[in-house]
Ligand binder design. Structure first.
Ligand code: EPU
Length: 325
């Protein structure tokens, strides 16, 4: 290596050491360097994050973001890791694993308001609200997501979604100040929001969900439990267990991505360790040792086959993140 190269290397190492030291001041050993993300995604796929920090309160979440912004480091918030495909090259900068999960319930004139920090587990909240005799979130039984991830992706199932259930979201704006947003300010669409569009470079700069509030109404527990059992049974019957990213493509208007891929004979197709599930064709499972590239190739194959066969251009629901070269 020439002198210029080694000087650049030395500068980079010094910078990295300074960044690590600053993060360790605030987060101690919770800061991990060059940590593989495969154990933090539901598909079990993903290369390393330069830096990974796990936060357990909304205050820590704000602190990590503020530090990253001040040090000019790109950052990404990782929730349940269920709707993302992380590249093999991984993520540059800081990945913040959001485990801020404080929850509380309060009464208002119209029922009960559930307020949850953005790292709370949505499916657990749905279960909890059912056993408390509160209606409004039962559709979310079994959805593998944090509250924040669900709000960003406008998660939905069984005829409902976050857009219909949300009362308001507290968001850290790009000026690093928290502000409450009403649902109509969130730019919600089917499996989409203004925040998700921003990830794809189609909107204003990054904002982060800190907490969300849902309006719930008292209802008989046995009725809620019966509905929850139906939903869980539908999921168990129609969706594969094991490692996947959830639904790969959005449903096209008036149809189902899974039905189209099934009709096109794609079930069971494998590339490397990735497979189009024979239970539900919109789930791509990690059969063991699948790489991000295997999944991306499988997505591309399925997209082209469906386009050729039906003239439909499927839109990915799963976000491809990290360096893809
Ligand atoms: N179908 C097939 N073959 C398949 C899969 C489905 O023919 O391989 C048919 C089914 O027989 C049914 C129709 O397609 O007639 C719809 O199937 P399903 O009830 O499983 O619903 P979906 O439209 O495939 C949507 C959501 C799921 C959500 C379920 C249940 C999207 C992209 N998917 O799936 O959400 O859990 O409804 O409400 O909106 C997700 O968003 O990650 C997700 C999994």
């Amino acid at each position: 290596m020439n002198d210029q190269g080694s000087e650049l290397d030395r500068k980079q190492r010094t910078l990295q050491e300074a960044i690590v030291a600053r993060f360790r001041e605030s987060f101690g050993d919770s800061l991990q360097v060059d940590q593989s993300l495969s154990r933090y995604t539901t598909a079990g796929i993903g290369g390393p994050a330069d830096y990974l920090v796990t936060v357990s309160t909304a205050e820590e979440l704000c602190e990590a973001i503020t530090l990253a912004v001040r040090q000019h480091i790109p950052y990404w918030i990782l929730g349940f890791g269920s709707n993302v495909l992380v590249s093999e090259a991984g993520m540059r900068g800081l990945v913040i694993r959001n485990r801020a999960q404080q929850v509380h319930y309060r009464h208002d004139g119209r029922g009960v308001i559930l307020r949850a920090e953005s790292g709370a587990n949505l499916a657990s909240l749905a279960r909890q609200s059912v056993s408390r005799g509160l209606a409004g979130l039962v559709w979310a039984i079994g959805i593998p997501s944090t509250v924040g991830g669900a709000v960003v992706g406008n998660a939905g199932a069984h005829g409902s979604d976050i857009a219909r259930s949300l009362r308001m979201a507290t968001i850290l704006d790009s000026d690093l100040k928290a502000r409450d947003y009403r649902p109509e300010e969130m730019g919600f669409a089917y499996r989409n929001s203004a925040l998700k569009r921003a990830h794809r470079g189609q909107g204003e700069s990054d904002r982060v969900i800190l907490a969300a509030e849902f309006h719930l109404q008292p209802a008989p527990v046995d009725e809620l439990e019966a509905r929850a059992a139906e939903i869980a049974a539908h999921r168990a019957r129609s969706q594969p267990p094991g490692a996947s990213m959830g639904c790969m493509f959005k449903n096209p208007e008036g149809d189902h991505a899974g039905r189209l891929m099934d009709q096109a004979g794609l079930k069971g197709l494998r590339i490397g360790g990735a497979e189009i599930s024979s239970v539900h064709a919109n789930f791509f499972t990690n059969h063991g040792g699948a790489s991000a590239e295997d999944v991306r190739q499988l997505m591309s194959r399925a997209w082209h086959v469906v386009k050729e066969r039906f003239g439909v251009e499927l839109e990915p629901e799963v976000e491809l993140i990290g360096d893809w070269g």
